[in-house]
Design a protein around this ligand. Structure first.
Ligand SMILES: O=C(CO)[C@@H](O)[C@H](O)COP(=O)(O)O
Length: 236
């Protein structure tokens, strides 16, 4: 049995004017996590939400808020995001080469779960020290599109990274160890037609925005994504 499947609708594709009700709708349809895309208009060419919005949403839900920080200076966001009630804090390896150890320790001290993300062009080797460090990250987010926007085309070539990651860290599939090394998460362009590829490569956390929010029956998409992860784990 593999690491538990986590289906995380990307709230970037929701109606931001009705964020609390959109969040509740997703949870009632079976979502495990809510994926929150924090963008600073600098690390990526788009500007979305920050700690004040997380704080507002937190008043309406106890759900796991899986925050993906697409920002140039993640360290500046640790305190505000912790105070706001973020659950997971995933920063980008490309901007954290010098200070990831400090970052991880501060994220944990604020009661959040640290994760590291990498862009499609970043070699997977760059996250190894963070997974194996004295203070390890608990999730690796493999971007399957260039960060910045929802609704982009899935890049299948990124799947090799997921495969390598699963092979290198077989303990990822052992329950309990999960909470030390955590999950392999994939983000971007994932919908019913691409999830099987990601799931069979070893991803167990599935972030999907446009395919969930754009569906006439989003609950069916969430359950299909989950079945894909569970099916792939049974076949491995
Ligand atoms: O991080 C990002 C984009 O930068 C993602 O969270 C996307 O927003 C996922 O949305 P879809 O690709 O599924 O529409």
């Amino acid at each position: 049995m593999g690491v538990a499947a986590k289906i995380a609708p990307s709230m970037l594709s929701s109606d931001f004017a009705n964020l609390a009700s959109e969040a509740k709708r997703m949870l009632s349809l079976g979502a495990d996590w809510l994926h929150m895309d924090i963008m600073d208009g600098h690390f990526v060419p788009n500007l979305t939400i920050g700690a004040p919005v997380i704080e507002s949403l937190r008043k309406h839900t106890t759900a796991y808020l899986d925050c993906h920080l697409m920002v140039t200076n993640p360290l500046d966001y640790v305190d505000p995001m912790g105070k706001a009630g973020a659950s997971g804090f995933t920063f980008h390896v490309e901007v954290s080469k010098e200070n990831w150890q400090e970052l991880v320790q501060k994220i944990k001290a604020k009661g959040m779960r640290p994760g590291v993300a990498l862009k499609p062009g970043t070699p997977i080797e760059e996250v190894y020290p963070l997974v194996e460090g004295e203070h390890p990250v608990e999730m690796v987010l493999v971007m399957t599109v260039e960060p910045g926007f929802g609704g982009q085309k899935f890049m299948p070539e990124t799947m090799e990274k997921v495969r390598v990651l699963r092979k290198k860290y077989p303990s990822l599939d052992i329950e309990g160890i999960t909470h030390i090394y955590g999950n392999g998460q994939v983000d971007g362009g994932l919908g019913p037609s691409t999830v099987d590829v990601a799931a069979s490569a070893g991803a167990n956390c599935i972030v999907a925005g446009s395919s969930v929010f754009g569906a006439s029956e989003p609950g069916q998409v969430i359950s299909l994504l989950r079945k894909s992860v569970q099916g792939a784990q049974q076949n491995n």
